[in-house]
Design a protein around this ligand. Structure first.
Ligand code: SF4
Ligand code: SF4
Length: 391
């Protein structure tokens, strides 16, 4: 489809800088052939070619049939940036290009993502769930406090779909004697979903509201357990609204500190082999690599295993960016490779530090089980759920 385009591709020089050396291609989470029989894959080179041809010829992918344009076939895993010998900051520039694509017309953006964007505006979360339900499962046990030293921001995925993890985290904080609060119903999507969509202006509004909610409780520490929410508070919000009046930590970092200070009585041995998965936005991009491992190693009766690819080189679950929302079948199929590796290595539990990874791996495991290809048992658990078992 041809469109009229009067504005140049922002930071086009970076896409032109790509020498097509192909080093990132086999590393890309959505590289061709990653899912047998699925051809709808792109790579940084393909995405760069697409954007440059759109700039030159106005030749745009038409998403009105809900097909995914190359500019959205990406899990935002950051592996291309990690391996590129020419230091092309691909991921950041792709997000700037998506802003540009939005300005050229919504035909570039898959329909279901536009619907989710509408849900965030209407309900504060991409799923379209009612705001009153945000703390429905936890408010009796953990009512939001007016003032608290620590605020735990669960984010949309945990608040609505993983409230068992939310409960585990609040129980651990209580056991350590921390004055902690949930935001209640007043928080909203962290906004990285909007950033991935090319709507950083909308993310800035979310940043202002979420920071104000934490600030008015007088909190010294903000905890996030979703790797996207963590990066939003840690990296994006200070750029958007200035320095934050509180420290930002991932829940695994804080729990590890509590264990180190001897504030948790870990008396029940687990007697399990645990393998830890590094979420891309927490590990490779966010730099939180050792704290989750140290926390798990401190638990009685735990043998910690590693994936062949781990820490900054760790492989993506398959669902990051907006990819799970776009093509969950493909995302779950990508997730199968690490579930298989975990079982092959003899792990009883795959430890997770992000609700998106949690969902993708649980679905991938169940799919393998249905196909008779799992080859063993595997629990998928958030680090906090594992720690709670020892209390
Ligand atoms: S590694 Fe860098 S230069 Fe090479 S193809 Fe990938 S983005 Fe382009
Ligand atoms: S961020 Fe990851 S999925 Fe996206 S193009 Fe780069 S390597 Fe591929």
């Amino acid at each position: 489809m041809q469109i009229k385009n009067n504005t140049p591709l922002p930071h086009g020089e970076y896409f032109r800088l790509c020498s097509s050396c192909g080093i990132c291609t086999p590393e890309c989470t959505v590289k061709p052939g990653i899912v047998p029989g699925v051809g709808s894959t792109a790579t940084p080179q393909e995405i760069a070619k697409y954007l440059l041809s759109l700039e030159k010829n106005g030749d745009v992918h038409d998403s009105s049939d809900n097909s995914i344009p190359p500019s959205f076939i990406c899990t935002a895993c950051g592996m291309c940036d990690h391996v590129c010998p020419y230091y092309v900051p691909f991921l950041e520039k792709l997000m700037a290009a998506r802003e540009w694509l939005q300005s050229l017309g919504t035909v570039n953006v898959p329909k279901n993502l536009l619907e989710m964007e509408g849900s965030i505006t209407a309900t504060g979360n991409p799923f379209g769930f009612a705001r009153e339900k945000r703390d429905e499962w936890v408010r009796e046990d953990f009512p939001a406090l007016d003032r608290a030293d620590v605020v735990f921001y669960p984010g949309c995925q945990t608040a609505y779909n993983f409230f068992r993890v939310e409960t585990a985290i609040m129980k651990i904080l209580k056991a350590a004697g921390i004055s902690a609060s949930l935001p209640g119903r007043s928080d909203q999507c962290c906004g990285r979903f909007l950033y991935f969509l090319g709507r950083s202006g909308m993310m800035k509004s979310a940043a202002m509201a979420n920071v104000e909610n934490v600030r008015k409780k007088g909190a010294k520490i903000l905890l996030a357990n979703c790797s996207s929410c963590y990066l939003a508070f840690k990296k994006d919000y200070p750029l958007m609204v200035g320095n934050l009046p509180f420290k930002v930590m991932h829940t695994t970092e804080y729990i590890n500190e509590l264990i180190g200070e001897g504030r948790l009585d870990l008396r029940r041995p687990l007697n399990k082999k645990i393998i830890y998965h590094d979420p891309c936005e927490l590990g490779r991009i966010g730099g939180v690599l050792e704290a989750p491992r140290e926390a798990l190693r401190s638990l009685p009766g735990v043998e910690l295993l590693e994936f062949d690819r781990n820490r900054g080189d760790g492989l993506c679950c398959g669902g990051g960016g907006l990819f799970e929302a776009l093509d969950e079948k493909q995302a779950f199929a990508i997730g199968e490779r690490l579930v298989k590796e975990a079982v092959t290595k003899g792990a009883d539990i795959m430890a997770i530090a992000c609700p998106t990874c949690n969902n993708v791996f649980a679905m991938a495991r169940d799919n393998l089980k249905r196909k008779g290809e799992l080859g063993g048992k595997l629990q998928i658990k958030d680090v906090a759920e594992i720690v709670l078992r020892c209390l």
